[in-house]
Design a protein around this ligand. Structure first.
Ligand code: ATP
Ligand code: MG
Length: 254
């Protein structure tokens, strides 16, 4: 899987959306309940411009809810959410079943008014980079779960929004492909930085990719710990310093 090449992240500014002056995103004292179920309470977190922040926490602690709040798909009951326009890569891939993989990936370009041919030509080179070459014309049901996840990931990148909210983006990939995708994303962000809020259950992934790791409590979720990663890039998951940080994150989760 080649990691180098032409610009990959489509950074064209979105039309007609407000931009936070300082960039990034601020979540401040947020509460969000669904009836009696309080998903988040007192949740605060900051992603600075071009910073990669990973969020780890037990199942059901409100991580997906947090990302939807950041992307403006939900509103908090109280507290503040402010920031750059953000795009969500949801936990389930939600590809359009009637469209080809290529057209699914290119959809955000089409929604921005790019013509069909040009949108396809811009999305096509990314297929080879993510090991999807030859499957451009396949419908989602003809793809494996891991392939669908990569198409959904491409679609998220091509949205051109300054903040990426990724909900377990590599969870359904086998270990080898997952490591390749992490490496690819790290390389792409090194060349063309973006603000990223990454939800993952994989503390190793968090330490390999993030500048900071935020650890959440069980529901109602709030940030209970934070680890500054600060390791030079490119990172090696076997680096003793990375292993030590992973252990610290796991301790905070216990
Ligand atoms: N639309 C909704 N309606 C009702 N309850 C909801 C809704 N969305 C989330 N919840 C509840 O809020 C809580 C947090 O859900 P959320 O999906 O944010 O957790 P999560 O941390 O992403 O979990 P997981 O790690 O399993 O993906 C859960 O108890 C869930 O049942
Ligand atoms: Mg979730």
């Amino acid at each position: 899987m080649p990691a180098k090449g032409a610009p990959i992240l489509d950074r064209q500014a979105p039309v007609g959306e407000p931009r936070a002056a300082a960039g990034g995103v601020l979540v401040d004292g947020v509460r969000r309940a669904f009836g009696d179920v309080v998903a988040l309470d007192g949740m605060s977190l900051r992603v600075r411009r071009h910073e990669v922040v990973a969020v780890v926490g037990p199942s059901g602690c409100g991580k997906s809810t947090l990302l939807e709040l950041v992307c403006g798909l939900q509103r908090p009951d109280s507290g503040r959410v402010e920031g750059e326009p953000a795009v969500l890569m949801p936990q389930r891939d939600l590809l359009l079943p009637w469209s080809s993989a290529l057209d699914n990936a290119a959809l955000p370009l089409r929604l921005r008014g790019v013509g069909r041919t040009e949108a396809r030509e811009r999305a096509r080179p990314l297929f080879a980079q993510l090991g999807l070459e030859g499957f451009e014309g396949a419908r989602p049901h003809e793809l494996s779960g891991g392939m669908r996840q990569r198409v959904a990931f491409l679609r998220t990148l091509l949205s051109g929004k300054p903040l990426l909210a990724l909900d377990e983006p590599f969870a359904s990939l086998d270990a080898l492909t997952r490591a390749q995708m992490q490496e690819w994303l790290a390389g792409a962000l090194a060349r063309e930085p973006r603000s990223v809020l990454l939800v993952t259950h994989d503390v190793e992934e968090a330490v390999v990719l993030a500048d900071r790791v935020v650890v959440m409590s069980p529901r109602p979720g709030r940030a209970v710990g934070e680890i500054e990663v600060g390791l030079p890039r490119p990172r090696k998951r076997t680096d003793p310093a990375a292993v030590a940080l992973r252990e610290r994150a796991l301790e905070l989760l216990r």
